[in-house]
Design a protein around this ligand. Structure first.
Ligand code: AGP
Length: 369
């Protein structure tokens, strides 16, 4: 086992550090930025169906559901098709309205999640086209779909999903770009810009991983906290949910992820000088708004751990801790902003003596409903 961990103390840490490679592997052979060329074997024969879809419904659970939320922002913005993101377990029991012009995307690392499998079977029986995004080759979900694309993350052993999430987001980004260019909603110049930027992501993830030492220091200060709040807006909202889920599942600290503006409708009541608030506040279209949210937290003496874009000076002047990540397009930001949150949860869990790779009560794939 120690050989399989490749010198890392835990599989989770190894998998976090594998992300420059797993992201690259998930885009390799699927795009050539110099020629604006995108190709994804699984989608080719369904390109017209995707382009003419009246709606895309994404079904998934847990971290895969968070990747689905990122895809909602991507597909609606780049391809202008309405997207609904559903918890598979709710969708399957709701008598949902599904038509033959709907495309259902099932996202699953393991490809064995019972609720996701049942949700896609239901959609299939109602005539929808089913597209799968799985990591495990030949898994039940991969076999049950009409077509699909694999995430090439490699085996993920740690129960807490890390590299599978970023691989899913990479593949979903490519899909959004393919549909957007097919529909003409994504201009060639914008497409080219995004492709060139996507190619830089593995190196930028490498940069973000250098934050490890700094994050160990922050973890020391907050390892005994009993609650955490994670806030983000836009593309960083699903990242806030994912950061909170990571912390809960491996450190057993209660954590909530929230859209930052929604805080004033309830969670703001929780904030006092004991409350660490992780704010993902990178430079994007909601930056000015999130600056106000940070002020609201500071006015109530919450401790702000801010993830910001390198060079930002406004939020660092207010926050208690500043984690700087490289600049990128807001469409691609989740691939970078999630990295420090994975590291934070990992180190806090290790410091609390938790079984990081096999947290209590959790299984790697949930094959029962
Ligand atoms: C992630 O850290 C979790 N362990 C869990 O939420 C997981 O993402 C969920 O069970 C879905 O699994 P799947 O991607 O294999 O379908």
């Amino acid at each position: 086992e120690s050989i399989e961990k490749g010198g890392y103390e835990h599989f989770m840490l190894k998998e976090i550090f594998e992300q420059p490679r797993s992201i690259l592997d998930s885009m390799r052979g699927r795009m050539v930025a110099e020629s604006d060329h995108l190709m994804m074997a699984g989608i080719r024969e369904f390109e017209n169906k995707f382009a003419n879809a009246s709606r895309i419904i994404i079904v998934a659970c847990g971290t895969s559901w968070h990747a689905g939320l990122v895809a909602e922002y991507l597909i609606e913005d780049l391809a202008r098709i309405p997207v609904e993101v559903e918890y598979a377990s709710e969708f399957r029991y709701r008598n949902p309205i599904i038509s033959e012009r709907d495309i259902v995307i099932a996202i699953s690392q393991s490809g064995e999640t019972a609720d996701t499998l049942a949700a896609l079977e239901l959609a299939k029986s109602k005539g929808a086209t089913i597209f799968g995004i799985c990591n495990v080759v030949g898994s039940s979900i991969a076999r049950a779909t009409d077509a699909g694309a694999y995430t090439h993350a490699g085996p993920e052993i740690g129960v807490a999903s890390t590299k599978a999430f970023t691989a899913q987001v990479t593949v979903l980004t490519l899909i959004a770009m393919i549909i957007g260019s097919k529909r003409g909603t994504l201009e060639t110049t914008k497409l080219r810009e995004l492709m060139v930027e996507l190619e830089t992501i593995p190196a930028k993830v490498e940069e973000a991983l250098k934050l490890n030492e700094q994050i160990i220091g922050i973890s020391e200060q907050y390892k005994d906290a009993t609650n955490f709040l994670y806030l983000g807006r836009g593309y960083n909202f699903p990242v806030a949910l994912e950061g909170a889920l990571k912390l809960k599942e491996i450190s057993y600290i209660h954590a909530e992820g929230y859209p930052a503006a929604e805080m004033k409708h309830g969670p703001i009541a929780l904030i006092d000088e004991q409350m660490p608030v992780v704010v993902i506040a990178t430079k994007d279209s909601s930056y000015e708004k999130i600056v106000s949210n940070v002020q609201e937290v500071k006015a109530r003496k919450g401790k702000v751990i801010a993830v910001v874009t390198e060079g930002d000076t406004t939020i660092p002047a207010m926050a208690d801790h500043v984690i700087e990540i490289p600049e990128t397009s807001e469409h691609l930001m989740p691939l970078l902003s999630v990295i420090p949150l994975q590291l934070l949860s990992y180190h806090i869990a290790v410091m609390r003596g938790c079984n990081v790779d096999q947290p209590r009560n959790l299984a790697k794939s949930v094959t029962v409903e």
